[in-house]
Design a protein around this ligand. Structure first.
Ligand SMILES: Nc1ncnc2c1ncn2[C@@H]1O[C@H](COP(=O)(O)OP(=O)(O)OP(=O)(O)O)[C@@H](O)[C@H]1O
Length: 623
């Protein structure tokens, strides 16, 4: 017996292979799922109410249509009276047209509401994901996020709207058809309803299995998109290393797990269906048996008995549907759980409700930035990336940040944009703690050129204007000319800018930063990985960017460092004799450039062009 049970379990429960690309989301009770997402459907209450009326009208018409059949048998066929057929036929035609119209209305309304619900919920989720801190996004698999944004959200629509609609429709059918059954013969009706609890009991036994298989399916589709996204995004690496077969095997493994879960669901359904069929048959047999008695005692006419059976089969359908609905609700809840898990993820950086604008009313941004005794440890990391780091950069000054790999240079640049908050100490701009300021304002004033050049598919022109869409075409062209990409403006950059060379990409990013015209720019290794010619072009572009703004540039390139007013060396935390503090004009710093001397002579964009930024020019660095 135990072996049989074990075999059955193995058939119906998809096995996990222990290799989790994406872990399962924590389970959430059904009531909680409704509580979380019903507010998204609330704006459509009038349409939902209208849809519910349609849903109730359709079975009402069906009940009348079946009743008409009784009249056809008893008033037309049995007495052989063709004359009575005409009004019945007219009623049939009228009802068919009416129900067609109502069905269309119901269908259209359901799609209208469902799609709007989906659109808003997806947008809400997308906005939430956008607001998550970078380290949270870095920890998640991109493909899995995409799967949650698309198919898992769809499961919630099925749960909250389609599921409720199906429930209303099934309930209305049960009410109308059992009403008609009671009207025809209440004694027979009561007997036939006795089997209904059997449907429920069977469904309850199956629902846990269905839920498990659905969870596995949803989780694995997240893994599948994650693996596909990762492999395709790194296609060059995969091809150059000849790892196509390995990647294909990873892709197949996730796909096979989905297939397993799908097959398990099919086996569950295959077992569930015949069981409920048997119960239905049992009910019908009881009625036919007792129908003989009802006919002979005159309780029912032959037409009455026929439509009784018709109503009965129409009523068992919705009862089955309702019990099946519980199962599909459980299946849909597996998607909802994954969306809820994502929605519950809190960004580490949150704007305070009383955040202040930058610049304050009537003031201008000077662009003095400071890290004051900053300690920062990445979530989950064993040691701090920055430990007591201090650094002040005066308005208009250009500081080169150097130091060994892992010293925390990139981390410092991330803190300056408030991608994360320090665990201790503070980061300031013009003496204001970044945590006190409105995020949008702060990021309007601090531009970033990340180590990896980030571009959107589109033309170079689109990418240059990305940070300030209202920039005029003339301005974009002027800046493009200054960084030497004027002839590229209408070229498409391709996926992630891959249609451009590394140097071109970097110059597009520099042009974008100039157009954005922030008071402070942070550059992370702007010339890394470029050949001599591309490097020269990027250095020329930098000469157009630096003047007139506070610049912090992470670089080991002597030519870049030479453009700085001051060189600051950052040392890895935990190095005892080498203090973690950034030491100004550190003697050990390589290639410390004489302030002023290396400042570019290239004409800066007019600082007065920015309504908010009034900064000292490069010619007058502030000590
Ligand atoms: N997302 C992250 N999660 C956990 N630890 C991280 C993360 N990013 C960086 N670190 C760790 O923080 C430390 C500082 O890294 P950071 O990238 O700031 O160094 P860096 O000075 O810019 O190095 P490089 O010159 O090699 O780019 C390193 O020990 C690194 O392993």
């Amino acid at each position: 017996m135990n072996r049989l049970r074990e075999r059955l379990r193995r058939l119906l429960v998809p096995v996990a292979d222990g290799q989790d690309v994406v872990p399962a989301a924590p389970p959430v009770p059904v009531r909680e799922i409704f509580r979380r997402f019903w507010p998204d459907a609330r704006p459509y209450r009038p349409a939902i109410a209208a849809g519910a009326v349609f849903l109730v009208l359709v079975p009402a018409i069906e009940a009348v249509e079946i009743w008409l059949f009784k009249l056809v048998v008893d008033d037309v066929l049995v007495p052989r009276d063709v004359g009575a057929l005409l009004p019945l036929a007219a009623a049939y035609v009228g009802l068919t047209l009416l129900s067609g119209l109502i069905r269309f209305g119901d269908d259209y309304l359901a799609t209208w509401v469902g799609e709007r619900f989906l659109l808003n919920l997806r947008a809400r989720l997308f906005a939430h994901v956008q607001g998550l801190s970078l380290d949270v996004l870095d920890r998640r698999r991109l493909g899995d996020l995409l799967s949650r944004l698309t198919s898992d959200v769809q499961a919630i629509e099925r749960f909250v709207l389609t599921g409720v609609g199906d429930g209303i429709s099934a309930l209305a059918r049960i009410v109308f058809f059992s009403g008609a059954l009671l009207l025809l013969s209440w004694r027979l009706a009561l007997v036939s309803i006795v089997v209904v609890p059997l449907f429920w009991l069977t469904a309850r036994r199956f629902s846990r299995l269905i839920k498990h298989a659905s969870r596995e399916k949803r989780r694995r589709s997240g893994s599948l998109t994650a693996v596909a996204e990762e492999s395709l995004a790194n296609a060059a690496l995969v091809q150059s290393m000849g790892r196509e077969r390995h990647e294909l095997a990873r892709f197949r493994r996730e796909n096979a797990a989905i297939m397993e879960a799908e097959l398990a669901s099919t086996r569950i359904r295959a077992l569930f269906s015949p069981l409920v069929d048997l119960i239905e048959l049992l009910g019908a047999m009881i009625v036919v048996g007792l129908g003989v008695w009802a006919l002979s005692s005159g309780e029912l006419t032959i037409g009455g008995l026929l439509v009784f059976l018709a109503y009965l089969s129409q009523m068992y359908g919705p009862v089955r549907e309702l019990s099946g609905l519980v199962n599909s609700l459980y299946a849909a809840s597996a998607g909802a759980e994954r969306v809820i898990e994502l929605l519950d993820e809190r960004p580490a950086v949150v704007e305070r409700p009383d955040a202040r604008p930058l610049p304050a009313a009537g003031a201008t941004v000077r662009g003095r930035v400071e890290l004051r005794d900053v300690v920062y440890r990445y979530p989950g990391a064993s040691r701090a990336a920055l430990d007591g780091c201090s650094l002040a950069v005066e308005p208009g000054e250009c500081v080169a940040l150097v130091g060994p790999s892992g010293a925390g240079k990139t981390t410092a640049t991330r803190l300056l944009l408030r991608f994360a908050d320090p665990d201790a100490g503070s980061v300031l701009i013009d003496g204001e703690d970044l945590r006190e300021l409105r995020l949008r304002d702060l990021r309007a004033q601090v531009g970033l050129l990340a180590q990896e050049t980030l571009l959107f598919e589109g033309t170079v022109r689109d990418n240059v204007a990305y940070g300030r869409p209202e920039a005029s075409a003339a301005e974009v062209e002027r800046v493009a000319a200054a960084v030497g990409i004027a002839d590229l403006l209408d070229a498409r950059v391709g996926q992630r800018g891959r249609a451009l060379s590394g140097g071109q990409r970097q110059r597009v990013a520099i042009a974008r930063a100039i157009v954005r015209d922030s008071a402070v720019v942070v550059l992370d290794e702007p010339t890394t990985g470029l050949d001599a010619e591309a490097r020269e072009a990027v250095l020329g572009a930098l000469d157009a960017l630096l003047p007139g703004r506070t610049t912090i540039v992470v670089s080991h390139d002597p030519a870049v460092v030479a453009r700085a007013d001051r060189v600051v060396e950052l040392r890895a935390p935990g190095d005892d004799d080498r203090d973690a503090r950034g030491a100004d004009d550190d003697g050990a710093a390589p290639a410390a450039a004489a302030p002023d001397a290396a400042r570019p002579a290239a004409g800066p964009p007019d600082p007065g062009a920015s309504p908010t930024a009034a900064r000292p020019t490069a010619a007058e660095p502030v000590a």
